[in-house]
Design a protein around this ligand. Structure first.
Ligand SMILES: Nc1ncnc2c1ncn2[C@@H]1O[C@H](COP(=O)(O)OP(=O)(O)OP(=O)(O)O)[C@@H](O)[C@H]1O
Length: 242
């Protein structure tokens, strides 16, 4: 369980881009972060992914505050966190399976990234994960001609095969057609529930959040002003986010 309290990020110019954010992230939960442009969705995801530091507040993982944790504890946690970019960076000339097995920059040991070597038992894990994201039949194909949705699926499989317990996805469905976007959301939800992974996805489209997410977080001016579970947003809540 991850609990954050009072998480605040001020930038040198004086602006507060995260303002006392309090929330918890339970295993196996699919969380959608919505809010207007510039409200702090990406900033929150980056803070949760430890990509950017915060000015004050606590980030507790299984009861321990990361700020007070030692180097190795932080490194261990960092390896369990994956950040999915809108356009994942993949090895274009390698197969989907190879990308899943060797690509995870933070989670993969450096010797493996340099040599491209994989252990034979890892293949099973990689194939298993590609099946979970619906790409088993394409495991051996090179990724350069794959669609945006397929590339996202490979990036997700890659994160999970390397043991990510927390996946942050910044606009994972932007640029996808409506049908593919829904399929992607369905995949994310299924992975959360089947694998116990926590996925936090920033989304522009509230209706996708309402249809697929277990929890919806609403951001406004760097503050987390709405946090609802298992229901749609009310008209008043949507107004507050506009
Ligand atoms: N490193 C930074 N330096 C200065 N300002 C920043 C930095 N990162 C974010 N901001 C500002 O913080 C605010 C929140 O940005 P953020 O990218 O988190 O918004 P967002 O909700 O993800 O927006 P969008 O939906 O358009 O992607 C914006 O006003 C942005 O300009």
């Amino acid at each position: 369980m991850i609990v954050i309290s009072g998480l605040t990020r001020k930038i040198p110019e004086g602006k507060t881009i995260l303002d006392h954010v309090n929330t918890r992230l339970e295993p196996g939960t699919f969380i959608a972060v919505v809010g207007p442009s510039g409200s702090g969705k990406s900033a929150l995801l980056k803070a949760l992914a430890l990509k950017e530091v915060w000015s004050s507040g606590e980030y507790r993982v299984d009861g321990k505050d990361l700020m007070e944790a030692g180097f190795f504890a932080k490194m261990k946690f960092r390896r369990q966190v994956a950040f999915l970019e809108q356009k994942p960076i993949l090895y274009e000339k390698k197969s989907a399976l190879k990308n899943v097995l060797i690509g995870g920059a933070e989670q993969t040991p450096i010797w493996r990234r340099l040599t491209g070597m994989v252990r034979s038992d890892d293949y099973m894990g990689g194939m298993d994960m590609l099946e979970h994201v619906g790409l088993l039949e394409r495991a051996k194909q090179v990724v350069e001609k794959m669609s945006g949705g397929e590339r996202q699926r490979i990036a997700i499989a890659r994160a999970l095969v390397h043991g990510a317990r927390l996946v942050l996805a910044d606009e994972p469905v932007s640029g996808l057609d409506p049908h593919t976007a829904e399929e992607m959301m369905q995949t994310l939800k299924k992975l959360c529930h089947e694998k116990g992974t926590t996925i936090v996805a920033a989304l522009h489209r509230v209706e996708l959040a309402e249809k697929f997410a277990d929890e919806i977080w609403g951001m406004q001016d760097g503050r987390l002003i709405i946090n609802v579970r298992g229901r749609r947003l009310t008209a008043a809540e949507k107004m507050r986010l506009s």
